[in-house]
Write a protein that binds this ligand. Structure first.
Ligand code: HEC
Length: 162
């Protein structure tokens, strides 16, 4: 092989690898978020929009922390259970906070130590979703620890806040 042919094939291989990597980043999206143990979570608010009903829940420890103005502890999960048309379970959205988990992402994508995941009713991950989209939208709530409905927690007294 001539020198230039060698460089050309090396370059082609590099380009192919790059395309593969970019594709992989857009699709496969497993991360540290685990499917929650729903029995341990407290349903504190419901959001209704058209045919969609969302039950939003978190741990008793997180509810306690928010009420007392303390930071939400590592190990916390927030779950949005999404029901459609006559309360048929459609999907689960999960946010989970873990010590140092933010380091898994570059600074522009990072949502402190929260990671996000989308699970189907059979608990499998939606591999077509890039959870960077979740992070991007929830970044607007940075001043409320990336939560949209956390402000409802202080009003929760045992009955989910509407
Ligand atoms: C375009 C903006 C947007 C995107 C994208 C988005 N969310 Fe949210 N999320 C919201 C809003 C707004 C709420 C409050 C509930 C509502 O209004 O439906 C919410 C609520 C939640 C909650 C309940 C805790 C909270 O913040 O109140 C979880 C958990 C959640 N989202 C996870 C996810 C996951 C996982 C993804 C990606 C698969 C995602 N979100 C993508 C806007 C977004």
């Amino acid at each position: 092989m001539t020198k230039s042919a060698y460089y050309l094939s090396a370059l082609t291989a590099l380009a192919a690898t790059f395309v593969l990597l970019v594709n992989w980043q857009v699709h496969a999206e497993t991360n540290r978020v685990q499917f929650p143990n729903l029995d341990e979570l407290v349903h504190y608010t419901t959001v209704r929009r058209g045919n969609v009903t969302e039950h939003i829940m978190t741990t008793p420890a997180a509810i306690e922390a928010v009420r007392n103005g303390r930071p939400i502890p590592a190990g916390t999960q927030f779950v949005l259970v999404d029901y459609r048309d006559d309360m048929k379970l459609y999907r689960y959205f999960v946010m989970e906070k873990g010590e140092g988990w933010g380091a898994d992402y570059g600074e522009s994508r990072r949502t402190a130590d929260w990671q996000f995941q989308w699970f189907w009713p059979d608990k499998s991950i939606n591999m077509d979703e890039n959870t960077a989209r979740c992070q991007s939208c929830h970044s607007s709530q940075k001043s409320s620890d990336f939560l949209f409905t956390g402000y409802r927690i202080p009003r929760f007294n045992g009955t989910p806040v509407d």
